[in-house]
Ligand binder design. Sequence first.
Ligand SMILES: Nc1ncnc2c1ncn2[C@@H]1O[C@H](COP(=O)(O)OP(=O)(O)OP(=O)(O)O)[C@@H](O)[C@H]1O
Ligand SMILES: [Mg+2]
Length: 262
Amino acid sequence: MTGPLLTIDKVTVRFGGLTALQDVSLQVAPGAIHAVIGPNGAGKSTLLNVISGIYPVGGGSVALCGERIDGLAPHAILRRGIARTFQNTELFGEMSALENVMVGLDRHHACGPFAAAIHSAAWRRSEEAARAEARRLLALVGLADAENAAAAALPFGKQRRLEIARALATRPRLLLLDEPAAGLRALEVEALNRILLDLRAEQGLTIVVIDHVMALVMAISDRITVLNFGTRIAEGPPDEVRRSPQVIKAYMGERASHALGS
Ligand SMILES: Nc1ncnc2c1ncn2[C@@H]1O[C@H](COP(=O)(O)OP(=O)(O)OP(=O)(O)O)[C@@H](O)[C@H]1O
Ligand SMILES: [Mg+2]
């Protein structure tokens, strides 16, 4: 494929009188790790919600491999190959890590509810295959040894990784992550960075990641888009963005040089 995987073209989103995004454009190349950063309320989550079909666009368009996807329902966008995690972890706390991933698997029950009810051989085979696939995904995010733990009992950093495994269960080509490193300690951020780089290298995933944690963003992104008050104020490779006077100014309230990891 030569063109961008994801094309966001002049997207505007309004909530009543508030403009959350104004004419925002960005392109994500296949195989890229593309970060979106910006101060609180900049419109980052709104952007992910638009891509995944949760919010409609008020103007502009979103395309995957050149085909418009804005206007499609979230489940249709998921089927096109875009999966996501949420800013607030949304796991089934009582269920095991393995079960949480199995829930995400897109299983077209080869055998219907009747077969399941009598636990037919075919049902058991499809159940076993799902279990094996869920185990594979847990291993990809470094949770091979946690499959039986209740999701709620896992340390926070592992819960975030479990969410990623569940998102991977739909076999996406584009993974959207909303602040996966928020609240993580330095070592956990490093582990997450390695996992995301491996997912790109080994699974050919393209990743759009929102984060305030510069140790993640600066270390693994190919490109960074910076939003402020709903508009794009900068875009480029990490080193360029970090030095941009406009970006430093936008982060002033957060002690710019510290916030930008320099
Ligand atoms: N469903 C909604 N209804 C009304 N206003 C909304 C809605 N979703 C977002 N907003 C507003 O849009 C603006 C952008 O919010 P958004 O959540 O996209 O910011 P963000 O960059 O993700 O911020 P944070 O870093 O705090 O997560 C904010 O002013 C927010 O209050
Ligand atoms: Mg947000």
